[in-house]
Each structure stands twice: as C-alpha cells, then as structure tokens.
Design a protein around this ligand. Structure first.
Ligand code: NAP
Length: 244
C-alpha cells in the first residue's frame, strides 16, 4: 500500500487550488477538495465535495462522512479555507458576517480536526493536520477584528491538539503562508482606507511585486508536510525556510 490522501478545504481558489494541483501532480496522492464551488478538473485521483463550511448544520452532520475508511500510507488534512471577512472597525461589524467568519475560519477547522482524529486514531498511517494560519494571528490589524481573532484562536487550538497528541503518530502544524497573490489579497485591496488604515501598504505589496505565487507556497507546504521531522515546532511560517 503506497497511496496517500490529502484533504484540502478551500481547494477552488488561491492557495488551496495550488495545493490541489501540486498534490495531484505527485503520483501517490489522492485529493479530496472541499469548497462551496467545484472546479472543472478531470482526475480519477480527485474527489470534490461541495460544502458551505459556514453552515453549522453541515459542520455538525456531514463532516465525519468526508473521511474515507480505506488504508493509506499517509493521511493529511489541510484546513485552508478562510475568509478575510468584512473589513470594518469593531463597532461597525455586522453580526451575520461575524458568525459566517467564525464558522469558516475557526469552527470548521475545529470540527474537521476533531473528526479527523476520531476517524483515524486507530489507523497505522502517518497522520498530519496543517491549519493555515496568518501573521494576523499574532499581530492586531485595524479593520481585521474577526480575521485576527479567528486565526489566533485556530493557532491555539492547533497547539492544544499537538499537546494532546503526545507520542501518537499524529503531527499538527499551524502554518503562516506569507502574503500570497490570491483573491483574498484582491479583496483586501478593495477595502476603504477609513476602515483599513494599512490599505496603502497592501496596495504597495501588489505594485512592488512582493506577493508570492500560490504555487511556490504550495510546494513549500508540501515539503514541510513530507519532512515533518525537520520541523519540530507546531507554529511554522513558510517565509522562514527555503526549499531547493
Ligand atoms: N492570501 C494571503 O496573503 C494569505 C495570508 C495569510 C493567510 N492566508 C490564509 O490562507 C488560506 C487561503 O487563502 P487564499 O488567499 O487562498 O484565499 P481565497 O483566494 O479567498 O480562497 C479561499 C478559499 O476558501 C473557500 N471558502 C471560503 N468560504 C467558504 C465556505 N463558506 N465554505 C467552503 N469553502 C469556503 C473558497 O472556496 P469557495 O468560494 O468556492 O467556497 C476558496 O477556495 C486562508 O486560510 C487565508 O486566511 C492567506
């Protein structure tokens, strides 16, 4: 048995799409992609699941069915789906958008991590969970109240999962991907400066070519997950290591 499985949320765009293509290009990986939309990609190694991760009923009732019972050499969960949310100062945020953001950025990866451990704790495979974090998990950014908070909470959840895992064959990472050239960055650049004082800086990142390609980040994430022994800490940042 030499096949491996990677489950990627938010596979339809940006970093998740690059991760999906990268893993599909590697012979032994099967991919399950979870997003609201699906992609026109024909591959016998890809299963796309259309789910709205902000829907609490779906989180409660459907997530456990996502994980196949077959044996794999290695099983990876990458909780990548995320939403920058409404870019507004606290006091002007809308409860509906706040709830959607907490569900997508925090509750969904918590539910999925929980379901993943439950599904595979007795499997002999190597098991890895990579929760995509952000520099915003440790740095307060005006206008990003929901984003900073949900990323910080997810990073702590990942650290607790790691602490509980002890000497088991699970590994957990909270991984910051850098500033990546995706639709999320385009959404950030559309914010009003009155709501988002750092707007100019983010416009300059794009103008000065400082955003990184999602494909390059996907390769670095796959490298880390293929060589976890080189990365003993739970919290990682792709900007802190190079691959050849
Ligand atoms: N881009 C950056 O500079 C940057 C920096 C730091 C961290 N990150 C993190 O990296 C991850 C990927 O970001 P990205 O820049 O690639 O974002 P993106 O281009 O906006 O893509 C977001 C992905 O999440 C999915 N998604 C959003 N809401 C969903 C929902 N309700 N249900 C299911 N799927 C949902 C989207 O799919 P559908 O729309 O089809 O549902 C899409 O595939 C996120 O966790 C983000 O916070 C990004």
């Amino acid at each position: 048995m030499n096949k491996s499985l990677v489950v990627i949320t938010g596979h339809s765009k940006g970093l998740g799409k690059a991760l999906m293509h990268h893993y599909l290009s590697l012979d032994h990986y099967e991919v399950i992609g979870i997003s609201r939309s699906t992609l026109d990609v024909e591959s016998p190694k890809l299963r796309q699941v259309s789910l709205d991760l902000s829907d609490l009923d779906i989180l409660k009732n459907e997530l456990e069915e996502v994980f196949p019972k077959e044996d794999y050499q290695e099983i990876i969960l990458i909780n990548n789906a995320g939403w920058i949310g409404e870019i507004k100062p606290i006091g002007n945020m809308h409860p509906r958008e706040m709830r959607i953001q907490v569900n997508v950025n925090l509750l969904a990866p918590m539910y999925l991590t929980n379901a993943f451990i439950k599904a595979y704790k007795n499997h002999p495979s190597r098991k890895l969970v990579c929760n995509i974090s952000s520099g915003a998990a440790t740095r307060p950014v005006a206008g990003w109240g929901g984003y900073c908070s949900t990323k910080a909470a997810l990073a702590m959840f990942t650290m607790v999962a790691n602490k509980e895992s002890g000497s088991s064959d699970f590994r957990f990472f909270s991984l910051a991907p850098g500033i990546v050239d995706t639709e999320m960055q385009a959404e950030i650049r559309e914010a009003a400066e009155t709501d988002f004082p750092e707007l100019k800086k983010f416009l300059e990142f794009k103008e000065q070519g400082e955003l990184v390609n999602p494909e390059d980040v996907a390769k670095k994430i796959e490298y880390l997950l293929s060589n976890p022994d080189q990365f003993p800490e739970v919290s990682q940042d792709v900007r802190h290591y190079e691959i050849s």
